[in-house]
Ligand binder design. Structure first.
Ligand code: SF4
Ligand code: SF4
Length: 304
């Protein structure tokens, strides 16, 4: 089913949180892994939980660092320019005093260093998170985790993507799934860039459709093919029809419909992919894989 000699990169996203992205990503990974070498990258770095859903132990691979400024007060003339340029308000300046630094809100943009007229600022680094690896159900996992209280989630997603490529030099996966965070911000963009296909997971609610439109706008902007998976489709059939009409109008394929069943709750409680809890669901995920392969090999899909 997988295209020969080419690694396919698939992002699993959807806009709204809680639509079941991780459930879909982990079960898709387990199904892909039955036939192809598969890596699942957990890029939901603020709350990574794919290793829990796959009951996989985690092993630390590396720390992730971010640049931060440090001051040489022997050179500082107390002009305050570094504080004025900092968009994060990470530098507090009071007239005739040395600037004070609030490390936790700094995003490492280096603007203060560039702005300082006497080169009193240089860069050092702080740890903002960690990368872990794991494996279960024949799925190789690479997990990014942001340190509590840190803000640079986009930076850590870029880092987990980079490290997953480094790790994959040995593993040589045929499929790389990237489970993104919710939303359409920096961390999501960093998850989508360079992928061949986007699986947009939604549910039949107005807020999910609203956020789905935004994420598909991103897919269109980056010219990445995409397909919609409606999770819990039987929860509200009328609204499901609205999603289907939206998809039809925008020539977007619906590549999967997942029912709302207690097995999905059991999957989370028992920390087992739903396809292992009840093999009946294998058909649903096999169909999604079939549709992805068809779309990656053939056509394109864009929203307007
Ligand atoms: S590196 Fe950027 S965010 Fe950090 S203190 Fe300097 S200007 Fe502010
Ligand atoms: S810009 Fe340079 S000289 Fe001015 S307050 Fe900041 S560190 Fe000191």
């Amino acid at each position: 089913m997988v295209m020969k000699n080419k690694k396919i990169k698939i992002a699993v996203t959807g806009g709204k949180g809680g639509t079941g992205k991780s459930t879909v990503a982990t079960s898709l990974a387990v199904e892909f892994a039955r036939k192809s070498k598969t890596m699942l990258v957990d890029a939901d770095v603020e709350c990574p939980n794919d290793h829990l859903l796959l009951s996989s132990k985690r092993k630390k691979y590396s720390n992730v660092y971010q640049p931060i400024p440090k001051w040489d007060f022997n050179k500082c003339t107390k002009c305050g320019k570094c504080a004025s340029i900092c968009k994060q308000n990470a530098i507090v300046f009071v007239k005739n005093k040395f600037p004070a630094f609030i490390k936790d809100v700094c995003i490492g943009c280096k603007a203060c260093m560039v702005a300082c007229p006497v080169n009193a600022i240089s860069m050092t680094k702080k740890e903002i998170g960690k990368i872990y690896t794991g494996r279960n159900y024949d799925v190789n996992l690479v997990i990014g985790e942001l340190k509590l209280g840190e803000l640079a989630s986009g930076e850590i997603v870029s880092s987990v993507r980079e490290k997953s490529e480094e790790i994959d030099k040995k593993l040589k996966s045929e499929i790389m799934l990237i489970d993104s965070a919710a939303g359409i911000g920096c961390p999501v963009i960093a998850s989508l860039v360079g992928t061949d296909y986007i699986v947009a997971v939604t549910e039949p609610t107005p807020s999910a459709l609203h956020d789905l439109k935004r994420v598909l706008y991103l897919a269109n902007h980056f010219k990445i093919k995409s397909g919609i998976v409606i999770n819990k489709f039987d929860l509200e059939k009328k609204f499901c029809l609205k999603i289907e009409n939206f998809a039809k109008k925008n020539k977007l394929p619906i590549i999967g419909r997942i029912p709302y069943k207690k097995d999905f709750v059991d999957s989370t409680i028992k920390m087992k992919p739903v396809v292992e809890i009840n093999p009946e669901y294998r058909k649903v995920f096999e169909e999604i894989i079939f549709q992805i392969n068809k779309k990656v090999e053939n056509g394109s899909s864009k929203t307007s």
